[in-house]
Design a protein around this ligand. Structure first.
Ligand code: RUQ
Ligand code: CUA
Length: 767
């Protein structure tokens, strides 16, 4: 072991030295030399300093970006823009075993549409759960535009827990946005369609096609959406777009944009003008204003109608009960963003140069007085545009989305056609600054910008085109997220970040210290249902049992072995493997993959996951751990043997390898005794200090204790074999005992280093 420890210590010293040597020339450079050599300006260096996070450092905010057509989420830090994670949501993500283990397959199966597996998701708008209008860091929701679905991600482990399918929509866009205490998550349809699954000709568009907005009820206690307590409000066949919930003075209301209120139905192939012309004939479209609190009460009072299992408040009732109103808005509007205090609604028309600021106080007064300017073709009352406006500001050509700053009255609007961001004051109605963006900016994101307390500091522009910003990688370019410093009066561009995973429509950012993800699961955990797995297994209890025609393998994973190491079944058997990672250390994930079977598991510490498959081919299928988890990771292996049908299991002896003698045994024991001395000294170092004050060290110590217990177990076995003079098995078990010691020492040294680096103090001993 001395030799092992020395090796370990030398290893790091050698690495350090060689790095220093190879970079000596560069290391002698001054900042000026580097700036000159790389052609950097003072401004570049300042931007670099503002975004650089030194090794081991942390970002101040975490952004959750839609992964666009990948159906996933991208998590990155701000200001460093370092990607930290992809989260599989609507599509499989092999590294995380998402869509490969039975538990996560069950989540993806919730997203089937009419029994069909949907293999992508057009993810658009993530939303973080809120408490009293502030981001609370507990849950995240994201929608799928193409297949109207909504997913729930738990931020305790950054895993997708649930997918719900909207039973009456055929597409959607205006989701996910949450109410101030996350009672509901909103989802608005995009392209009108019949609620039924039946064929309805386009000639019946006005009568039979409909828009809708669904309020999905979220149960925070269980962290799941409750479809049975959710409801929908029926809307005219306009193309509803983005939505937002009211707050403060507009609490209880929600707002949904629309375009193509012309109800144009296309037909370019038969000589009719295309959608783009037909859908932009009128100068205004409609903002839908919905009293969702009242709608929820009406549903509770039985005023809804069940359509495909969903409670729907039909338009007629909504109009009669004063739930639904329309407000004209500039041509082809896109974003609707409610101010942090809930008083102002900012809407921009894509085909206009103005952003309109509506005053909810005025809107509410008009509604209360029933002061309407008219009715739409379905009888929905229309409010007067002028009487509802606070101000209109010329912000640039093609304004899309608006985000709020921590500074009062300050907002940023993305200007798509002009490729810029306009900073303006929505109280006074004047432009403050503009900044050019590369290129065609879509959404914007300020820190906690959708909450009642935006944090300011940074703005990210989510650009639709990257054109010439990065090294070319073929005709499909990455997207570009540009980080902008908004702390001063002038916006300053800091960083370009290529995003190579679908078009990320929107992103949300939260103060990193609000997130409290766990570092491991409690042992035997089914992370998708959030409960102890019925298949959890403890070390020493591994077994293979056949039940109801299925061969169940109850196994464990720990550095560096998979138990069992041999699984033998008969061709045609259904096999269900269940593995529990019994590690307690941080970041000791094991993988489990079997050749040719599509079995690919990611088993994080504490997790239990399963994979069920039919062993349809006879043969030999090696399996192994796919994560480089320890020095003997490559030995973390085993065999699945599938006997041809009807063949008897062979009982022949396997090859023995080296033949050991008593001398071999004694030599191994001598090494182990020395190793134990080293371990004892490390343990002495740790326990003499206030290690309990350091949570990471406490978990390392727990883990080391586990390993030592395994070592004791192996030691006992080797000694028993030695008594029986079975030197073969005695030596092999002495070697296994040593393996556990090595792991203990490895963990112990990690703990010791941590204590040294964090200034642990000696504690007084009582005696
Ligand atoms: S969208 S670029 Cu949110 Cu789908 Cu506006
Ligand atoms: Cu476990 Cu490699």
């Amino acid at each position: 072991m001395q030799h092992f420890t020395k090796h370990l210590l030398m290893g790091s010293a050698v690495v350090g030295l060689s790095m220093a040597a190879s970079s000596a020339a560069f290391g002698d450079d001054t900042l000026q030399d580097v700036m000159k050599a790389r052609g950097l300006t003072d401004k570049d260096v300042l931007a670099a300093a503002k975004t650089y996070v030194p090794t081991g450092g942390r970002d101040e905010f975490l952004a959750f970006s839609s992964g666009g057509q990948s159906g996933q989420l991208i998590v990155y830090g701000i200001p460093s823009m370092r990607i930290l994670k992809y989260i599989g949501v609507f599509t499989p993500e092999p590294w995380q075993g998402y869509g490969f283990d039975d538990e996560s397959k069950a989540v993806l199966a919730q997203g089937r549409i009419d029994g069909k597996d949907i293999k992508f998701g057009d993810t658009h708008h993530p939303a973080i759960s809120e408490t009293n209008g502030e981001y609370d860091g507990q849950y995240l929701f994201i929608n799928d535009k193409n297949n109207p679905r909504l997913a729930v991600v738990d931020l305790k482990d950054f895993e997708t827990k649930q997918i719900v399918v909207n039973p009456i929509m055929k597409s959607e866009h205006g989701g996910a946005f949450v109410s101030t205490n996350t009672e509901y998550v909103i989802e608005a349809s995009q392209y009108p369609a019949p609620f039924s699954k039946k064929y309805v000709p386009l000639s019946k568009f006005n009568q039979k096609y409909r828009g809708a907005v669904t309020y999905w009820k979220f149960n925070r206690e269980i962290g799941r959406i409750e479809p049975q307590n959710s409801f929908t409000v029926e809307l005219p066949p306009y193309s509803q777009d983005l939505s937002d919930f009211g707050k403060g003075i507009s609490e209880g209301w929600s707002f949904t944009n629309s375009f193509c209120t012309e109800r144009y139905i296309g037909g370019i192939e038969s000589g009719r003008p295309p959608f783009e012309a037909g859908c932009s004939q009128k100068d205004t479209d409609f903002l839908h204003i919905i009293n969702w609190k009242k709608a929820a009460e009406l549903i509770a009072a039985g005023k809804g109608k069940e359509v495909n299992g969903m409670q729907v408040l039909m338009m007629k009732t909504a109009i009669k009960e004063g739930v639904l109103f329309m407000l004209p808005e500039a041509k082809s509007p896109h974003g609707i963003d409610v101010s942090p205090d809930g008083r102002y609604l900012i809407v921009s028309g894509k085909l206009d140069t103005h952003a309109s600021v509506y005053d909810f106080k005025k809107i509410k007064a008009l509604i209360d007085k029933k002061d309407f300017a008219g009715k739409d073709p379905y009888g929905v009352p229309i409010l007067d545009l002028k009487k509802s406006l606070h101000t209109q500001v010329e912000v640039g050509l093609g304004p899309l989305h608006t985000q709020y700053d921590s500074k009062p009255c300050t907002v940023y609007t993305s200007i798509y056609v002009d490729s810029m961001v306009t900073k303006w004051d929505y109280c006074k109605g004047k432009v403050l600054d503009t900044l050019h963006i590369h290129y065609n900016v879509g959404h914007l994101m300020t820190m906690e910008g959708d909450s009642v307390k935006p944090k300011g500091k940074y703005l990210v522009a989510l650009n639709k085109l990257a054109i010439d910003r990065f090294n070319p990688v073929g005709p499909l370019h990455p997207q570009n997220h540009q980080l902008i410093d908004i702390s001063g009066d002038k916006m300053e561009l800091l960083y370009d970040m290529p995003v190579p995973l679908g078009e990320p429509h929107y992103a949300v950012a939260i103060a990193a210290d609000k997130l409290k993800p766990k570092i491991r699961y409690s042992t035997g955990w089914n992370s998708r249902t959030d409960e102890k797995s019925e298949y959890r297994t403890r070390p020493g209890r591994e077994k293979i049992v056949k039940k109801d025609g299925v061969t169940h393998v109850y196994g464990t994973l720990i550095r560096s072995h998979i138990t069992p190491e041999i699984i033998e079944v008969e061709q045609g058997d259904t096999v269900s493997v269940h593995f529990t990672n019994v590690e307690r250390a941080q970041d000791e994930t094991h993988g489990f993959a079997i050749n040719g079977t599509n079995v690919n598991l990611s088993v994080e510490p504490g997790k239990t996951v399963s994979a069920t498959f039919v062993a349809d081919k006879a043969g030999v299928f090696p399996y192994y751990c796919t994560e480089f988890c320890s020095a003997l990771h490559l030995e973390m292996q085993g065999y699945l043997l599938v006997r041809p049908k009807g063949m008897k299991a062979s009982s022949g002896k396997t090859s023995q390898g080296t033949v050991y003698t008593e001398a071999d045994y004694s030599k191994q024991v001598a090494t182990n005794v020395q190793t134990q001395e080293v371990i004892d000294s490390v343990v002495g170092y740790i326990t003499a200090r206030n290690f309990k004050d350091f949570a990471p060290v406490v978990s390392l110590v727990e883990d080391a204790t586990d390993q030592l217990n395994f070592a004791a177990d192996a030691k006992k076995k080797s000694e028993d074999y030695a008594v029986a003079k079975d030197w073969q098995n005695a030596t092999l078990w002495a070697q296994q005992w040593f393996q556990y010691q090595v792991k203990t020492a490895d963990i112990g040294l990690r703990a010791k280093t941590y204590l040294e680096e964090h200034g642990a103090k000696l504690v007084e001993t009582k005696d």
